[in-house]
Design a protein around this ligand. Structure first.
Ligand code: CA
Length: 223
């Protein structure tokens, strides 16, 4: 009678493994801390050097400990704003590079859009609906340069709250006169901002940097 019991045990283990694999697969979304596999971690350690594992593990622990908390914006904003601010030219050797959250933490440096992207995916991972989040490309008055921030909409037509690296305090957009939005986007669409008029929705928008970022996130998932 022993062989049948072994078969039953093996069958149960297989079933449990299948359930676990299904649960893991369900949590694997682009840009999420939970999606960083040991294989990707090892690859980024090799590419970016010492410290990667600690920072990625810190990100995973932050998401786990923050999930379910009543306030998510302040901790997410503060967590990513601790990454040293730099330029794409100095760390990526290109003028403009949109890093994935895992890349940003691995290389331990970021500029404006990298912060906005990382906060966007962290808030999504923490359960914020994507229709409340928009990355906003704006002109910034002091620098006169293009700048990107993350906007959170408590309600669809509300004055959004701005998560930014230049101003670490989250303020309503109406209290950020230094920012002049040009366009905003999320997974769903892109809105062109027209001064004094309603924004125009652009369907099937094509933003080359966003497209490249999504492709990189897809490749990260393959590890
Ligand atoms: Ca960048």
């Amino acid at each position: 009678m022993t062989p049948p019991r072994r078969l039953n045990a093996a069958a149960i283990l297989c079933a449990l493994a299948a359930v676990a694999a299904t649960a893991f697969a369900a949590s694997r979304e682009p840009g999420y801390s939970a999606s960083v596999t040991p294989g990707l971690m090892a690859r980024y350690e090799q590419r970016f050097g010492a410290g990667v594992r600690g920072r990625i593990d810190g990100w995973k622990a932050f998401i786990t400990s923050t999930a379910g908390q009543p306030a998510l914006l302040d901790p997410v904003n503060a967590f990513f704003n601790r990454v040293p601010s730099t330029t794409d030219a100095s760390i990526w050797n290109v003028e403009e590079y949109w890093a994935t959250p895992a890349e940003m933490l691995s290389i331990n440096g970021a500029d404006c859009e990298d912060y906005a992207i990382a906060k966007y995916y962290a808030l999504k991972e923490l359960g914020i609906p994507v229709n409340r989040l928009r990355m906003v490309y704006a002109k910034q008055a002091q620098t006169t340069e293009a700048h990107m921030v993350l906007a959170y909409y408590p309600e669809p037509r509300a004055d959004p709250l701005i998560l930014d690296i230049l101003d670490g305090t989250i303020r309503p957009a109406s209290r950020r006169p230094d920012l002049t939005p040009v366009y905003s986007f999320n997974d769903d669409d892109l809105l062109l901002v027209q001064p004094g008029k309603a924004s125009v929705r652009v369907d099937n928008f094509s933003n080359r940097k966003w497209k490249e970022l999504l492709e990189k996130l897809g490749r990260e998932l393959a590890h």
